[in-house]
Design a protein around this ligand. Structure first.
Ligand SMILES: Cc1cc2nc3c(=O)[nH]c(=O)nc-3n(C[C@H](O)[C@H](O)[C@H](O)COP(=O)(O)OP(=O)(O)OC[C@H]3O[C@@H](n4cnc5c(N)ncnc54)[C@H](O)[C@@H]3O)c2cc1C
Length: 428
């Protein structure tokens, strides 16, 4: 290896996958550049808790620069990648800058998808970034504030209706947390409205919530959510989202807060590379996670699809992105040692977890299924363990303990509120 001009690895995206690559390359003698459009790494599994006023933003996000400060071979760049010049080995940034690479790893994740109805996004925001979470928190809390001042019963009912579209883990977690917030934590704080009467409606087009879990765990979660006061509507898709609320099949539901947890679309890496994608926009990668015809370009995590889970596609979850990142780092090291063959990736699944409010969860480890409070404790400990740094682990544990024992949510803050009156737009 040339010490004066070491091999340059560019990692686009400092999420779970990208950071794992950087971690796996420690001591490999390479120069690394991390490019991300945000200055922080985000622990997305707890994002819904920022959206529902349980945790503060700084408890689940860390400046990337700070995380890699001890690694002198890593340079961190804040920038939006908009393309890749495969021939000249350059990453293209939105502001016209370029970063050349010897090896490129793209780990740019996914965003929510509206099944061809992007016009629904302003009415039904999804949850992916810190901005999404604080905007959702603002919508929920503002709706309650407006309901407190509203005299028209029909408008007040719409302001007190919270619709969540999509019954996967994120939808279930959001619905449970909003039900607890409105039904258990806030009733004492309002005078004109009874927040216990807030309607929390979870809409799932399929026959059951949590479809990636076994039917018995889905049924358990269904009953546990209903016990929290969540109304569940199964078997009918949302056919429109607009300023008045949603259409479920042909039935309108008036609601000021509609949240989208129904689908994801990969970042446009396939278009950057001029490669075919699957119907969720993911790049179809080789068994070693490199892209066809370009062994020095890897795509990993939520942006890639590969049948490396006993012949099935690898799921879009954090452990899968981390495993792919570490595997890619191992393959890069092998090549630097002169091996020309790359090892195929094999995903190891540890289990599915979803929480239903602050006293219940479901866990499917395959060999054992756990539900109820024990599952919630395991879920909580696992999430605290996977947070980065002692300070955040303590801060999150303390926030949960505080809310658990007092019911007080200190993060009920409305920021960036716009008091100017807005014209309500007609339905799309
Ligand atoms: C609300 C929510 C809850 C979730 N809950 C769980 C859970 O409980 N358990 C679980 O295992 N998984 C969960 N997931 C899924 C998990 O977070 C993802 O599978 C995982 O983050 C994928 O890792 P990644 O590295 O592929 O992408 P990400 O972690 O999303 O990282 C992508 C990075 O790329 C950057 N980026 C994107 N585009 C560009 C660009 N053009 N230029 C520069 N940088 C860019 C982003 O800023 C980001 O930092 C959840 C996801 C969400 C949204």
């Amino acid at each position: 290896m040339n010490e004066a001009d070491p091999h340059h690895v560019v990692i686009v995206g400092a999420g779970f996958g990208g950071l794992a690559v950087a971690h796996g390359l420690a001591g490999a003698g390479v120069r690394i550049t991390i490019v991300d459009q945000r200055n922080h790494h985000l622990f997305q599994p707890l994002l819904y808790q920022v959206g529902t006023a349980t945790l503060a933003t700084s408890e689940i996000a860390w400046p990337i620069r700070h995380l890699v400060r001890a690694r002198k071979e890593i340079t961190t760049l804040l920038g939006v990648v908009t393309g890749v010049d495969i021939e000249t080995h350059r990453v293209l940034l939105e502001d016209g800058a370029e970063v050349s690479f010897d090896t490129l790893v793209i780990a740019t994740g996914a965003r929510h998808a509206y099944f061809g109805h992007d016009e629904w996004e302003p009415y039904a925001p999804g949850l992916k970034t810190l901005e999404d979470a604080t905007s959702i928190r603002r919508r929920i809390l503002l709706s309650l504030e407006r309901a407190e001042r509203e005299t028209d019963p029909a408008r007040r009912a719409a302001l007190l209706t919270f619709v969540i579209v999509g019954g996967g883990p994120t939808g279930v977690e959001l619905a449970g947390a909003i039900a607890e917030l409105t039904h258990q934590n806030l009733p004492d704080e309002f005078r004109q409205i009874d927040t216990r009467k807030a309607r929390v409606l979870l809409i799932e087009a399929g026959p059951r919530i949590l479809p990636s879990f076994t039917p018995d765990l889905s049924t358990y979660a269904h009953v546990a959510l209903e016990r929290l006061g969540v109304e569940i509507q199964l078997g009918l898709p949302v056919s429109d989202c607009n300023a008045q609320g949603v259409m479920v099949g042909s039935r309108p539901v008036a609601a000021d807060v509609v949240l989208w947890a129904a689908g994801v679309r990969a970042s446009p890496a396939a278009a950057w590379l001029g490669l075919p994608a699957d119907n969720a926009g993911r790049v179809k990668v080789e068994p070693d996670l490199s892209v066809p015809g370009h062994p020095d370009i890897f795509v990993i995590g939520d942006t890639a699809t590969v049948n490396a889970w006993k012949g099935k596609p690898v799921p879009g979850i954090a452990p899968a992105a981390k495993q792919q990142g570490l595997h890619t780092a191992r393959n890069i090291r092998r090549r630097l040692r002169g091996h020309h063959d790359s090892q195929p990736f094999h995903y190891k699944h540890s289990g599915n977890l979803a929480t239903i409010g602050k006293r219940s969860a479901v866990i499917d480890f395959g060999w054992i299924k756990i539900r109820g409070w024990l599952a919630w404790w395991i879920w909580g400990l696992a999430h605290i363990y996977f947070l980065i740094g002692l300070r955040n682990r303590l801060a999150v544990a303390l926030s949960w303990l505080w809310i658990y024992t007092t019911g007080n949510r200190s993060a009920c803050l409305i920021t960036q509120v716009d008091h100017r009156p807005k014209a309500r737009q007609p339905p799309a």
